[in-house]
Design a protein around this ligand. Structure first.
Ligand code: HPA
Length: 272
């Protein structure tokens, strides 16, 4: 194990009192409050974990929240770093290597995204069925694969496991939540796209666009974790709608969608 991963693992495990989380959750922008649903939480600020970079979320710098949810031992990353913060892809994906090291087997990644396909309107939820890496970087370049025993030429034909996609679909059906599958394209940001870029991504097969997820999923797949992904569509991507959404309308749809997203995540985790 890489010494930096080992140091992070030791720092975390010293706080867990024997808890062994098996389900990891990455909470994207605005989705941090989901971590409040974790029972008997142990909260470890990123600043206390070697190798973790500060991730700005709602007034603090990010924390790992370990506890229980629907009978499962979970570890939620409340706050993530982005490439646009100036970190490398390997730094952005580092917490995933640590989740793997502490015993996590299943990873649920969440994010906010802009809708490209008209079926993925603001306020709706999208299940990631695949992604397109348009970031121009990759956390697996270099030595990481030797350090954590993963393969170099990683197969990505099941980036998002069909078994977990089925479970997400079943959970949504039980809760009567509209959940549509879609392809996520990842860019570095920080600027939003031009209308021409969005049009091009649509032609390439993307249904929604965002600035995260992909480095973490690449790292998770290399580590052998099974991955599921959910996107909360917060806005139409540039040029898709003729009218700009009023900010208050966006906030309102986000609040409503956040409630169904949280229920869906809990139901899904309970079904694992
Ligand atoms: N583009 C890129 N990332 C995003 C968007 C978008 O429109 N909305 C939320 N994250």
């Amino acid at each position: 194990m890489h010494p930096e991963v080992a140091a992070a693992k030791a720092a975390i495990e010293s706080k867990l009192g024997g808890r062994k989380p098996t389900v990891g959750i990455v909470l994207g922008a605005g989705l941090g409050p989901f971590a409040d649903r974790v029972e008997n939480p142990v909260r470890i600020p990123y600043g206390n974990i070697p190798g973790f970079k500060p991730a700005v979320v709602a007034g603090h710098t990010g924390q790992l929240v370990v506890g229980a949810m629907r009978g499962k031992a979970v570890a939620a990353l409340q706050g993530r770093t982005h490439l646009y913060d100036g970190y490398t892809a390997a730094e952005v994906a580092f917490p995933i290597r640590v989740l793997d090291a502490i015993g996590v087997k299943i990873l649920l990644v969440t994010c906010a995204a802009g809708g490209i396909n008209s079926q993925h309107r603001p306020g709706s939820l999208m299940m990631l069925e695949d992604h397109i890496n348009f970031m121009g970087v990759n956390p697996l370049i270099g030595n990481a694969q030797q350090e954590n025993g993963g393969v170099r030429f990683l197969d990505m034909s099941q980036a998002y496991s069909s078994r977990l996609r089925e479970k997400l679909g079943d959970a949504a059906e039980r809760l009567k939540i509209d959940l549509r599958p879609g392809v996520y394209v990842a860019v570095t940001g920080p600027n939003h796209e031009t209308p021409s870029e969005v049009k091009a991504f649509g032609w390439l097969g993307a249904d929604a666009i965002g600035m995260s997820v992909v480095p973490e999923v690449l790292m998770a797949r290399q580590a052998g974790l099974e991955v599921a992904g959910l996107a909360l569509i917060t806005n139409w991507a540039a040029g898709i709608s003729v009218r700009r959404l009023a900010h208050e309308e966006v906030l309102q749809t986000a609040r409503t969608a956040m409630e169904s997203l949280s229920k869906l995540m809990e139901e899904f985790i309970g079904s694992l």
